[in-house]
Design a binder for this molecule. Sequence first.
Ligand code: FAD
Length: 396
Amino acid sequence: MKKSVAIIGGGPAALLLAAFLDSNKFEVTIYEKNKSVARKFLVAGKGGFNLSHAENMQDFVSRYTPQEFLNSALLNFTNSDLRDYFSILGIPTFIGSSNRIYPEQGIKPIRVLKALLKELDKKDIVIKYLEKWIAWNTDGGLIFESGTIIKPNYTVFSMGAASWKKTGSEGDWLSLFTEKEIATKPFEVSNCAFGIEWSKVFVKKCEGSPLKNITISCADKTQKGEAVITNFGLEGNAIYGLSPEIRKQLNTSGSASVYIDLKPSLSIGKILLKLKKSTAKNVSLKLKNDLKLSAVQLDLLKSMVSKEVFLDLDELAKVVKNLKLIIHSTAPLDEGISCVGGIELREVTKLFELYKLQNHYCIGEMLDWDAPTGGYLLQACFSMGVSVAKELNMKE
Ligand SMILES: Cc1cc2nc3c(=O)[nH]c(=O)nc-3n(C[C@H](O)[C@H](O)[C@H](O)COP(=O)(O)OP(=O)(O)OC[C@H]3O[C@@H](n4cnc5c(N)ncnc54)[C@H](O)[C@@H]3O)c2cc1C
């Protein structure tokens, strides 16, 4: 007789798990509280929709915090395995200029989801909608809000984290695990906008403008990319990837310091030389014509440094390479692209089985790990799903 696998929550981690489970061995049912699955996946698709990131796996695994926890899962189902798999499903992918992996142009997110669901259908995987898991009974069975009670052979929780609650990822299950003495951490926002007190004049003029081709550093980490000036502060890939470091400083001292390099391609020496050799008639024109700083970069410098520093070329060159900004807050939890917190990693084996509950697994964003945007989040969720599937497929 086939054994039963209940997957609680129908996000990307769950879908790949179900797709890779051996349907000759298991009766697989996904229990999803919404009327449809993978709403956050579809939201992700409205933006960049990076399914993964093209880089060698040694660098790839180093993007995650903490290091090493996800290594075996990521190596079990790599970025190129993901491309091969989606291609078999009829979803060819391409590598963009930033090395992000996207579905080929013209392929809408819903088509990607439909291809996955078709695959699940072929394998007779059942999806039960409007089934919200709310508790365990004394017998270890799973109770749903609808009154359904089940006791599967294997249970895999994949209920997501706690941002973009309207997609279903509400994180309201934390207390169910703490009651079982499984350690959890409150959710915190990651890959989010960060609050900066801009001068009124600057933000009025520059709101919505991107700072392009910059790097931002926090503690010992540096992130390349773009960041957009908003009324709240800064957002964009150049700052999202610094979330762990910024959160750490915010949590310990109430504010965080980040440093922008407005001209990463030039050393301080070269910048100073260009400024000194410039024949432009004032400093603004030297920065614009000789350093090719954009209007918003120029406005940012002017709003952040004193007149004395702005007019002192030696000091100005230093600031162009290392402009300090003070961050005072994160965006609200619900606005984050991802979260940290949830089930503490020490509670699960390297194959995501709960030490305290045999045959119960947790995968995806409900575990306490972090990664920058750019495809690393989805790849980790997919890889965890595939790893648990491979593990279960090997069981008697
Ligand atoms: C705006 C935005 C853009 C993004 N862009 C990208 C991107 O380009 N690239 C990338 O890699 N990542 C991106 N992400 C992140 C990515 O979408 C998530 O990391 C991923 O969806 C997490 O997958 P998951 O399976 O862990 O959980 P989720 O996708 O959160 O799914 C969890 C599911 O569980 C269900 N559920 C919750 N509780 C219960 C319960 N008690 N009973 C039954 N069902 C339940 C939920 O309804 C939901 O369907 C983006 C996220 C956002 C918000």
